[in-house]
Design a protein around this ligand. Sequence first.
Ligand code: S3P
Length: 171
Amino acid sequence: MNTKKNIILIGPMGAGKSSVGKLLAQELRMDFFDSDEEIEKRTGVDIGWIFDVEGEGGFRRRETEIIAELTQLSNIVLSTGGGSVVAPENQRMLADRGLIIYLTISLPLQHHRTVNDSRRPMLRFGNRQEILEKLSRERGPIYEKLADHMVATDDLSVKAVVDDILNILPH
Ligand code: S3P
């Protein structure tokens, strides 16, 4: 039997972690948390503002704190930010405290979904396609290493992705 009571969604920007997490939590009657949303609630400002004022380093510190806190809870669905898997400390907490589902997305679709997005600070400067490719090269292996299960999201509705996850969860 799997003793991990939390479900943790990881994966790149645009893979649908937040919308899938919300619906999955509803279906399973579990509480839902989104690490970015929690940071915004606690600070009262948006992620972009934190990047502007504190730099990425400041945001990553807050992200580690919130992951440490949220992963202490039980019976939750947690959607994480795309870069939350990079810090080894976060990797350990996520792996120890939940069943990890990696939502995958192809680069072209990720580009399409984020192209008009001004809210994602990692994509603000430089060529978006190149940034997405670089992040995918750097983070792809980490997502794979951490994942208990991988679920493809391309061409699927949020509901269909949630159904796929429900099918692979231990019954
Ligand atoms: C980031 C992804 C974002 C957010 C922040 C940094 C990243 O979350 O945490 O802008 O480094 O990939 P989403 O994956 O929900 O967009």
